[in-house]
Design a protein around this ligand. Structure first.
Ligand code: NA7
Length: 538
């Protein structure tokens, strides 16, 4: 059934965003018998996986772990084809889930939410759309995604450029063919690193503009191993539970030793064995102190740099590709398929923007402090206003008309990453202050959705009208998030985790590093203690 296009004027709950989180939240609240709609700006469901259609877009979590766990029959029936799922395959999975559970009938597409205001007398939220529609609801649930507001490079001239330009997260549905073109890619985060090898195969010439080199590890992607699939399917429940109790949302054997207490040869062998696994956590989770101790971290960083130097033929290019100014893992590491190898092709050039900064986009290309590079097509892989961008793009106002933008001017403050004090009945799925982007997103999404649903059910059962974090609980949690972050190397690095990629954004670690398992335990304890830290009222 096609998604509906019209919003009613009254609902029990409005969910903003039809990605993995919004769709699951819809499923859960509808099962409570509530009248719910999902409002989605895009022309179809899928969220991140709808927008990010750039060539090579792929999830960095293995297919068997990047799926919903709430439908045991689905997880047995669904067949992933590759070790890591591609964007089209994830999108078809989301479509399949939506059809299977008849979710589309409660999704309103092509509708951008611009405001959500809380009315204290009625204890209702009024959600407004760009087209001027208004709907009021008891609950407002922000499922807007952590990486959904694109960031352009902070240089002038894009409007002058006469060729085609694309942002990786707003890619034409019909695709782009770069055959015969001279192409520039600006940005070498996950999106740039995934797109570059594929664009290089098509383009006549490719210039990659790199501001900060990233640590990238190979996926060794390929057809999914059917023995592994059979094994996982035979004990999926157990594996899902282990993931929920783990540090990053994918169960691994936790490290037991410091990198510094191991003989260098043994350490190298261990890193090599983990490199060959082709995943994000292998090398990073080899030792207990890689994310907390600079000297320990340097052993892993140098191992990866050694790999880059082995792969890239030209020593000068290899050195430019080697990250040396921050600890391995503190900027989101990437997974790639042939990224470093791409620079061994004669028609691919790397421009180090630290040596020759970007000055402007001209009508025919890109100008650095050194020279102009003429291109036909420009790809911006310049990332996102992460974590808070999508929330603050909406004019959200809580008690007393307080704008969320004002409350968060020094950085996001929420209790458990779920609810900001002063904003009753408003929830953020994988919001700042929860494990969120530092975890397997689906695991964290399911935890949040289930916790919110339990709370809503509790409220309805007890005939309560409002729930909101107390200022004290919010402050204690926000301090705790910072203290845990300060025990690691993350705050020392300029990353989007820290808001450092957006000029003027408050600098603080926005995700909770205490681990998915301990975080989940805390949320469950809060619920068991009659929602300790929240004020519930009739
Ligand atoms: P990222 O990881 O934020 O990467 C953006 C890249 O663009 C990064 O290399 C930036 O350099 C670069 N950038 C941003 N602004 C500029 C300007 N003005 N000039 C030059 N270069 C610039 O975004 P992605 O889309 O790749 O990935 C986002 C997440 O999606 C990823 O971490 C995974 O979790 C999935 P910088 O490093 O800021 O110097």
């Amino acid at each position: 059934m096609p998604a509906t296009r019209k919003l009613p004027t009254e609902l029990d709950a409005v969910i903003v965003g039809a990605g993995f989180s919004g769709l699951y939240q819809l499923y859960k609240l509808r099962n409570l018998g509530m009248h719910v709609k999902v409002v989605e700006a895009g022309s179809d469901i899928g969220g991140t996986w709808y927008w990010n259609r750039y060539p090579g877009a792929r999830c960095d979590v293995e297919s068997m772990h990047y799926s919903y766990s709430f439908d045991p029959e689905l997880e047995q029936e669904w067949e992933w084809t590759e070790k890591y799922p591609s964007q089209p395959e994830i999108l078809s999975y989301i479509h399949h889930v939506a059809d299977r559970h008849d979710l589309r009938r409660d999704v309103v597409l092509d509708t951008k939410v611009t405001a959500a205001h809380y009315d204290e007398d009625s204890a209702l939220w009024t959600v407004r759309t760009e087209a001027g529609e208004e709907v009021s609801a008891r609950y407002c649930i922000m499922a807007v995604g952590c990486l959904s507001v694109p960031k352009k490079p902070e240089v002038p001239g894009l409007e002058r450029f006469r060729g085609d330009w694309y942002h990786t997260c707003d890619w034409p549905e019909s695709g782009v063919d770069f055959t015969g073109k001279r192409v520039a890619v600006i940005g070498t985060g996950s999106s740039g690193i995934q797109a570059v090898p594929i664009i290089a195969k098509q383009a006549d010439a490719l210039t990659v503009f790199q501001r900060t080199p990233n640590f990238s590890l190979p996926t060794f992607n390929g057809p999914i191993d059917q023995d592994m699939v059979a094994d996982i399917k035979s004990r999926y429940r157990e594996i899902r539970e282990e993931s929920r109790q783990s540090g990053f949302g994918v169960a691994i054997e936790p490290p037991t030793r410091s990198a510094l207490e191991v003989d260098p040869d043994e350490r190298h062998r261990n890193y090599e064995e983990r490199w060959q696994r082709g995943n994000l956590t292998g090398v990073l989770q080899a030792y207990t102190d890689l994310l907390a101790d600079e000297e320990a971290n340097e052993t892993a960083a140098e191992f990866v740099r050694g790999k880059i130097r082995e792969i890239v033929d030209d020593p000068e290019t290899a050195e430019k590709l080697c990250p040396k100014t921050y600890a391995f893992g503190t900027k989101r590491p990437c997974l790639d398929t042939g990224y470093y190898e791409t620079f061994n092709s004669d028609h691919v050039e790397l421009v180090d923007l630290r040596e020759t900064p970007l000055v402007e986009i001209t009508d025919s290309g890109v100008r650095t402090s050194d020279r102009e590079y003429e291109v036909d097509s420009l790809v911006l892989a310049t990332g996102f206003d992460a974590m808070t961008g999508a929330l603050l793009n909406i004019d959200i106002r809580g008690r007393g008309g307080q704008p969320l933008r004002e409350k968060w001017q020094d950085g996001p403050a929420l209790y458990l990453g779920l609810n900001p004090a002063g904003f009753p009945n408003l929830f953020t799925i994988t919001g700042p202050g929860s494990p969120s982007v530092l975890s397997n997103m689906i695991v964290s999404i399911e935890q949040h959705v289930e916790w919110i649903t339990d709370l809503v059910e509790h409220m309805r059962h007890r005939e309560l009208r409002t729930v909101e974090a107390t200022e004290t609980a919010e402050k204690e949690w926000t301090d705790h998030v910072r203290e845990v972050g300060d025990m690691t190397l993350y705050p020392q690095t300029d990353s989007w985790y820290m808001g450092a990629n957006v000029p003027g954004k408050p600098r603080l670690l926005m995700a909770y590093l205490g681990g998915v398992g301990p975080y989940w335990q805390k949320c469950q304890e809060v619920a068991a203690n009659d929602y300790e830290g929240f004020a519930l009222s009739a």
